[in-house]
Design a protein around this ligand. Structure first.
Ligand SMILES: [Zn+2]
Length: 239
């Protein structure tokens, strides 16, 4: 409760007592949920800055402590996320945590190897054209098991078809700097980075909806890599 009192900026009138006015303002400003008007005031640049700032808070151990149930109630009648992130299913890359975002802030599409296919692209078209998100981020990561599986040509049930989506990135990296194997860390990282670039390119090539929005400056596409050893996310220049 102490944190809330400090954030709301009004002092308790007596020990253990918070006025109703103060309680209504108990959430820090960063916990204000995204409404349609707040979302429409965002641009690609402010959306990217918002993710960068959230990530800086995460790295500094200064994530914002919000009342998540209050955010659930505040978003119950609609959502207006400012960005959409394509990420791997890897448990070490929890998107909302590494960008310090909460309920209703970002759409997240997760699939092993963070590639894009018709279903993911359709989801991104919904997130941007229908729901109004201003920025698409394709987020890859180091030590990706799916990338390693694609490199080693792993075959297992439906996973074989999943990993096939990463094969173009494996093929595209010609300078392996050693064996073309998952044991070659430099090659694994190079393929993961190429996989992210290819995904971003595919979005524009395969989606008339997304490419038109990019051309009109209504949305932007960014790529980034997450280092699972440090927690650090590095953004590349916008695609
Ligand atoms: Zn992965």
């Amino acid at each position: 409760m102490l944190t809330r009192r400090l954030f709301c900026g009004c002092l308790p009138l007596a020990a253990g007592f918070i006025s109703s006015e103060c309680a209504a303002q108990a959430q820090p400003p960063a916990c204000e949920v995204f409404t349609k008007s707040r979302q429409q005031a965002e641009t690609t640049e402010t959306a990217l800055a918002r993710l960068r700032e959230g990530h800086a808070r995460f790295l500094a151990g200064k994530t914002v402590n919000c009342d998540l149930l209050a955010q659930v109630k505040a978003t119950a009648h609609g959502q207006a996320p400012f960005a959409v992130v394509v990420s791997c299913i890897d448990s070490r890359v929890p998107v909302e945590i590494v960008f310090d975002q909460r309920i209703g802030d970002v759409f997240v599409a997760r699939v092993a190897g963070n590639f894009v296919n018709t279903d993911i692209i359709g989801s991104l078209e919904f997130a941007t054209k229908v729901a109004g998100a201003k920025l698409i981020v394709v987020l890859g990561h180091s030590e990706c098991g799916a990338v390693k599986g694609a490199i080693d040509d792993v075959r297992l049930g439906n996973l074989t078809a999943t990993l096939a989506h990463i094969k173009p990135a494996v093929k595209a990296v010609t300078a392996a700097g050693g064996p073309r194997s998952s044991k070659n860390g430099g090659f694994v990282q190079a393929v993961a980075e190429e996989n992210v670039r290819l995904a971003a390119r595919q979005l524009v090539r395969r989606s008339a909806v997304i490419s038109e929005m990019v051309r009109k400056g209504e949305i932007g596409i960014a790529t980034a890599m997450h280092d699972i050893a440090t927690g650090q996310v590095s953004f590349a220049a916008q695609a």
